[in-house]
Design a protein around this ligand. Structure first.
Ligand SMILES: *Cc1c(COP(=O)(O)O)cnc(C)c1O
Length: 395
């Protein structure tokens, strides 16, 4: 058997084993999503696996904006933006994002993954160096590989290592540093003050992925610059429209020259269809709701404190999380699967993340707390995690 067939076969053997043991949890269809609750296999469960951090999914005003866009424009754009696919809605969405992110302008793409892939590979090439945190999202890694630039990684959130890598790159190379604002598996925050200082000192451009910081960090949810009180230090502000924002797509906000360049050169923009009207309208309405309902950000912060504090008090290892993404470290993959099974039996919808997505001995439940959870939802979940954690032997 050749290596391609062998890889596929090996994977399917493992998949079959997990299914047979009742320890396979991925791709479960959710029949209903209702605030903090989901229905799965006919059972209502409290959802601790949602990225709808501010609970905006199903917001009546956002839903109405999407319906009105369909009534006016239909369901598709049958074209790329640069030729015949641009609607006033797209420009309005970009202006809304630019204002929200305090930038000159913005560009939207039809997926967050494609946004990172195309932005990194458009900005750097063969004669440049791209420097990444080791825990950056896969879409950034793929963009670096596609770019053909020299691809360098520094130890997670280690500023001495970043400085060394910048020095090694040399003064004459084009340099781009890319980091996640909030790391998607660990829930910790990049040291933006130091990263931005080092980038300036070494004449490197700085790109930050705010998939898990938009609507979350900062007193009013405007993101990581607001969190650190450092307006304007990020050159390329990337985010998704699929997490806090209940739509789909991705954006880059930045100065006018950057955005004009991307709108004519980035291949995921020039060669891929525009965001559908309903999704563009929903995304635009969502940014407006975040500003008009500032209480959601405050509720989220209160919930993070209650949830994270409660887990720590019960003895769970949550790494360095300070955000709604809270890993509950289980150890070996098998333990994370058993922990998941127990929690789901007890009515909490959570999912395990195992190797190779995370190191083999750091398999975890990847829990997310949102503004849609009530205090009693969180207290109930903490009880369930405690019972399950004791049975699996992780606390
Ligand atoms: C989810 C995610 C993306 C990709 O966004 P999609 O909108 O799902 O394509 C990019 N970066 C990070 C850090 C993410 O978590």
């Amino acid at each position: 058997m050749d290596s391609i067939h062998k890889r596929i076969e090996d994977f399917n053997r493992r998949y079959g084993e997990l299914k047979a043991e009742g320890l396979y949890f991925y791709l479960q269809p959710l029949e209903a999503i209702d605030g903090a609750w989901v229905a799965c296999n006919g059972r209502r469960m409290l959802n601790f696996a949602s990225y709808s951090y501010l609970g905006l999914l199903g917001h009546p005003w956002i839903d109405r904006a999407a319906r009105e866009a369909i009534e006016r424009y239909g369901t598709g754009t049958h074209g790329v933006r640069i030729l015949a696919g641009s609607l006033p809605l797209h420009t309005e969405l970009e202006q809304t994002i630019a204002r929200f992110k305090k930038s000159d302008d913005a560009i939207v793409y039809s997926s967050g993954y494609a946004t990172n892939l195309t932005t990194v590979s458009t900005l750097v090439g063969r004669n440049d160096v791209v420097i990444c945190d080791k825990l950056n999202h896969a879409s950034i890694v793929d963009g670096c590989l596609l770019s053909g630039a020299q691809f360098v990684r520094f130890c997670h959130n280690d500023m001495a290592d970043l400085e060394r890598r910048l020095q090694q790159a040399g003064p004459d190379k084009g340099k781009l540093v890319v980091v996640d604002a909030v790391f998607s598996m660990d829930g910790d925050i990049i040291d933006l003050p130091q990263v931005s200082r080092l980038c300036r000192a070494h004449n490197a451009l700085l790109m930050v992925d705010e998939a898990h910081s938009l609507g979350i960090l900062g007193a009013t949810g405007h993101g990581i610059e607001e969190h650190f009180g450092l307006d304007g230090v990020i050159d390329i502000k990337m985010g998704t429209l699929s997490k806090t924002i209940p739509s789909v797509g991705g954006y880059v906000a930045g100065n006018q020259a950057l955005i004009t360049y991307l709108k004519h050169v980035a291949r995921a923009f020039v060669f891929s269809a525009a965001l559908p009207p309903a999704q563009a309208a929903a995304a635009k309405a969502s940014f407006e709701v975040i500003e008009e309902e500032p209480n959601r950000v405050r509720t989220l912060r209160r919930n993070v404190e209650l949830f994270l504090g409660g887990l720590k008090a019960r003895g769970f290892d949550t790494l360095h999380s300070q955000t709604p993404i809270v890993p509950i470290i289980c150890g070996a993959d098998e333990r994370a699967f058993r922990m998941t099974a127990l929690c789901q039996e007890l009515g909490i919808f959570v999912l395990p993340v195992v190797s190779p997505a995370v190191p083999a001995n750091l398999a975890r439940l990847r829990t997310c707390v949102t503004a849609a959870h009530s205090e009693s939802d969180i207290l109930h979940a903490l009880d369930v995690f405690e019972r399950a954690g004791k049975r699996v032997g992780i606390i």
